[in-house]
Design a protein around this ligand. Structure first.
Ligand SMILES: Cc1cc2nc3c(=O)[nH]c(=O)nc-3n(C[C@H](O)[C@H](O)[C@H](O)COP(=O)(O)OP(=O)(O)OC[C@H]3O[C@@H](n4cnc5c(N)ncnc54)[C@H](O)[C@@H]3O)c2cc1C
Length: 415
């Protein structure tokens, strides 16, 4: 029997950040992951500006080979392009990194290990409660015990399931698949299109410089809580690659063979972020941005907050942590989840709205607000152009959310 102050399940960005924050505070931390590192992970490989700022405050360097990215091009359903500017705010520098996850996650894990966390390579099947904490029986019959538990085991979290913190009918899920191409692209690009005449595809495609001389190309789709619909993302990937090559957005590249997909748990819907001395962080807590699929920034921010809550010594750190989520992440998650649900439940309405947004008369006025809002940067944006309207938009959506829930819930029913 091995005993730790804290066991962290999962050594992705959330788990490593939480483990290093706790170990630096003097806790005895065990970090358990089923994969052998370095391991790959389906991702667009973009580490957003908020994540980069927190990492630099933690003293974490840019991974080898990572490239800096800032402005993003968005291509609309009619093929028009809008460039979303990226500017420096109060709590971010307007610059993100692109680094393949096989490198980035391994890089971050080294900091946790250097801080003193112990890595255990094993799959966690379930979590048990003891009189004083938590117990995990590993497949090799070894038992781990801890006073506190952190579930950082991604969107299909065993910890969340074991502790009954998930209501699967209320989840807001997406599925995304990515591949790498030997090709080049000028700016990170996101594309929207119609799946049939007048009906917006309930997701989007991306093509990002990958930081290793290739392009990370992928498609994501919103599925509500219907996991079967995830297959659409894989089906759309080749068509998307072909369209980008034909329109010369990327240099021509062969149809990729190696594809990797994964689930996105979004909008803080259907998951409680913890109870007692067990806390869920990152994707396990369902914190992915429902509009553009970013989750690394929230994984890192929530992990630092969870470590701080555990470090208070309170008997119910989950309550402190849930309040932090409520105050720092929840408004945006709810506001953007509303837009996500409206768009995928009403593809015709979404198509009309998107086409309007892409007309130059509108897009040239709202590009800054669009970039700030879509990337969840409003809170720390200070007074930069577009920040105030972005904050106002979030407030208005929260009011609209209450109205729709009460008066017209069918508008956001995702079938
Ligand atoms: C295709 C795709 C593209 C994406 N693109 C981006 C992007 O460009 N930028 C961005 O910010 N976000 C992106 N995301 C979201 C991002 O990948 C996640 O938000 C991020 O990985 C969350 O980190 P995490 O540490 O919470 O979980 P993960 O990175 O999923 O890490 C969880 C870890 O837990 C381990 N684990 C799981 N179950 C067990 C178990 N039972 N026992 C032991 N270990 C276990 C896994 O092996 C894994 O290492 C994308 C997601 C997908 C699917």
């Amino acid at each position: 029997m091995k005993h730790f102050d804290v066991i962290v399940v999962g050594a992705g960005p959330a788990g490593s950040t939480c483990a290093l924050s706790l170990a630096r505070r003097g806790a005895k931390v065990g970090i358990v992951d089923k994969s052998k590192f370095p391991r790959d992970k389906a991702c667009g490989d973009v580490i957003g500006p908020k994540a980069v700022r927190i990492l630099s405050l933690l003293g974490i360097s840019k991974p080898e080979g990572a490239v800096e990215i800032s402005d993003v091009n968005i291509i609309g359903p009619r093929g028009d392009t809008v460039r979303l500017p990226s500017e420096q705010g109060l709590d971010y520098d307007g610059v993100g990194w692109s680094s393949p996850r096989v490198i980035f996650d391994h890089h971050l894990l080294q900091y946790a290990l250097e801080a003193g966390a112990e890595l255990i390579n094993a799959r966690v099947g379930s979590v048990g409660l003891t009189d004083t904490g938590y117990q995990i029986a590993l497949p090799n019959s070894e038992n781990l015990q801890s006073d506190f538990l952190v579930g950082a085991d991604g969107s299909i979290s065993t910890v969340a399931e074991s502790l009954r913190l998930v209501d699967s009918g209320k989840l807001l899920l997406g599925f995304a698949v990515r591949t790498y191409l030997d090709s080049t692209i000028e700016l990170p690009t996101i594309s929207l299109w119609e799946e049939s005449r007048g009906r917006l595809f309930p997701g989007y495609g991306w093509a990002f410089p990958s930081g290793d001389g290739r392009i990370n190309l992928g498609v994501g789709v919103g599925v509500g809580s219907n996991k079967k619909a995830g297959v659409t993302a894989t089906r759309e990937l080749e068509g998307y690659r072909r369209r980008l090559a034909e329109s010369k957005v990327i240099s021509d590249a062969a149809d990729p063979t190696q594809k990797l997909g994964g689930w996105l748990k979004m909008g803080a819907s259907g998951t409680s972020a913890g109870k007692g001395r067990a806390l869920l962080v990152g994707d396990a807590a369902g914190l992915v941005n429902p509009l553009q699929g970013e989750g690394i920034a929230q994984a890192i921010a929530s992990s630092v907050a969870a470590a701080r809550a555990i470090d208070t010594g309170a008997s119910d750190p989950a309550a402190i942590y849930r309040t932090w989520i409520q105050e720092n992440l929840f408004d945006y998650q709810r506001a953007s989840a509303l837009l996500h649900r409206v768009a995928i439940a009403n593809p015709r309405l979404a198509s009309v709205a998107m086409k309007a947004l892409f007309t130059p008369a509108i897009s040239s006025r709202v590009d800054s607000t669009w970039g700030i809002f879509w990337n969840d940067l409003a809170d720390g944006a200070g007074t930069i152009r577009g920040a105030r309207p972005a904050r106002l938009l979030i407030k208005s959506l929260l009011k609209l959310d209450i109205l729709i829930q009460n008066l017209a819930p069918s508008l956001i029913e995702v079938k």
